[in-house]
Design a protein around this ligand. Structure first.
Ligand code: PLP
Length: 384
């Protein structure tokens, strides 16, 4: 029997042709496809600028660098996310503070963040990293208002949410990562994410100054821009104006990303249809706990349900070749973060969420028959 993972890439002949064309062209790494991918991605998301990088984690690191995170910084994020959302603060020597989640969305609880900010002396915190977890868009307008009260920046971790949106207080639909409320947003092109490059990432922003610095930081801090250089010795000449990294993404992968972007809308549509079918199947059973509110266009990177017998269900599904996953082990309970002083029990709602959550197969190429089989096995083995 064919195994059914929780997520997987969807590669077509058009993708293969796009990659092959680059292999036959002049540039394998930084070439025309990088800029084309950045421009097309920015257009898709609705941001002014986009910076393509080697993966979502390096995207996060460049964001904390460009925002000046250092040993004196304290940054708030959610415990229910991939570790990288917190690690990017540590790369720059900063301290990570967590706040608990809202149980029915599993998103960072803005009231808990406000409580943290109110309780601390002024200027204790520098920024907030909300995560559009599972593809459920954070109300970034509300976070912007709070951040402005305290002079904080916002990095939106939108890895799960390209194509998701919420409606703001003016009735305007705001795409995740469009830069209208967050200073910077980041995306990942890991194969389980919506757009697959293998490895890849993107930073989006509406801030020209941040954009320009990010373009330099991703390639060693080196520039050839005449207006930024102190001297010019000739055609070969460049200056290193900042301490950057090699976080570049190759042209080969950008060609794949561009081709994948053509299928993004169809992919979201299919994800929403899959979610609807799961919703219907589990309606009334108390498992489908994370329903989007009005005005929320969920991007469904994950379809998470809550069950009483999580381990039993996980094991039973595996026996049937269904590789469900758990997203996520609360970050503050990971040994590295416990060593830094965080403890089990600190964020009870996140820990309760973790006990019961399980992510079911969710990807555009999941067939109706496969989904029927998953539903049957969940109904047979899951306890709500
Ligand atoms: C995947 C992911 C990342 C990291 O992206 P990579 O491309 O794997 O480095 C960061 N944050 C979240 C929420 C993710 O899901």
């Amino acid at each position: 029997m064919k195994s059914i993972p929780y997520g997987r890439q969807h590669i077509t002949q058009a993708d293969i042709d796009a990659v092959t064309a680059v292999l036959k062209a002049d540039y394998l790494t930084t070439g025309p496809k990088v800029t084309e991918f950045e421009e097309k991605f920015a257009k898709y998301i609705g941001s002014k600028y986009a910076v393509a990088v080697s993966n979502g984690t390096t995207a996060l690191h460049l964001c904390t660098m460009v925002l000046g995170v250092n040993q004196d910084s304290k940054v708030i994020t959610t415990p229910i996310t991939f570790a990288a959302s917190a690690n990017c603060v540590r790369y720059c020597g900063g301290e990570v503070a967590f706040a608990d989640i809202v149980p029915n969305t599993a998103l960072l609880d803005i009231d808990k963040v406000r409580t943290l900010l109110e309780a601390a002396p002024k200027d204790t915190y520098q920024g907030i990293i909300p995560v559009d977890f599972a593809g459920y868009p954070v109300n970034m307008e509300a976070f912007r208002n709070l951040a402005d009260e305290y002079g904080l920046w916002i990095i939106e971790d939108a890895c799960h949410a390209p194509g998701g949106s919420f409606t703001d207080s003016k009735g305007i639909v705001q795409n995740c990562g469009n830069g209208n409320y967050a200073d910077l947003a980041i995306f990942s092109f890991h194969p389980v994410k919506h757009i697959a490059c293998g490895e890849g990432g993107m930073i989006t922003t509406n801030d020209k100054a941040l954009y320009e610095r990010l373009q330099i930081l991703k390639t060693h801090g080196i520039t050839r821009r005449q207006d930024l250089m102190q001297e010019n010795h000739g055609g070969w000449y460049y200056e290193m104006v900042d301490l950057g990294h090699n976080y570049r993404i190759p042209d080969i992968l950008c060609a794949l990303g561009i081709s994948q972007l053509d299928k993004a809308d169809a992919g979201i549509k299919r994800r929403r249809a899959i979610a609807k079918k799961y919703d219907t199947a589990f309606a009334g059973l108390g498992m489908a706990n994370f329903q989007p509110a009005d005005g929320i266009n969920h991007a469904y990177h994950l379809y998470v349900i809550a069950v009483k017998n999580r381990k039993e269900l996980y094991d039973a599904l595996r026996t049937e070749g269904i590789y469900a996953q758990i997203h996520y082990i609360p970050v503050h309970t990971l040994p590295y973060y416990q060593q830094l002083g965080h403890q089990k029990g600190d964020y009870p709602k996140a820990e309760k969420y973790y006990e019961n959550c399980i992510s079911l197969p969710m990807y555009p190429s999941l067939t109706d028959e496969e989904q029927d089989f998953v539903i049957k096995q969940v109904l047979k083995n899951g306890q709500s």
